[in-house]
Design a protein around this ligand. Structure first.
Ligand code: ZN
Length: 80
């Protein structure tokens, strides 16, 4: 079962697959990069990001390049 919009009593639907979310450390330094799916309520349009896979950590040799790619392609949708 997919997540449900409490306001509308509707299941969210997938609107974008593989969007990136950057988790930061205290002070705002990049920490981990997650990929998940963006879901949207078909009634009110509220969006959530759901279904994250394993993150790429800042210690990974690919991290800086991958983060830049996600930013350049406007696929980084949230920083937490
Ligand atoms: Zn809704």
């Amino acid at each position: 079962m997919k997540p449900v919009c409490r306001s509308c009593d509707k299941e969210y639907v997938v609107s974008r697959v593989g969007v990136a979310v950057l988790e930061t450390m205290t002070g705002g330094l990049p920490y981990k990069l997650y990929l998940g799916d963006m879901l949207q309520c078909p009634e009110c349009g509220h969006e959530i990001i759901h279904g994250f896979g394993n993150p790429i950590g800042h210690f990974d040799g690919r991290f800086d390049e991958r983060l830049k790619d996600e930013q350049d392609s406007h696929n980084l949708v949230a920083t937490i």
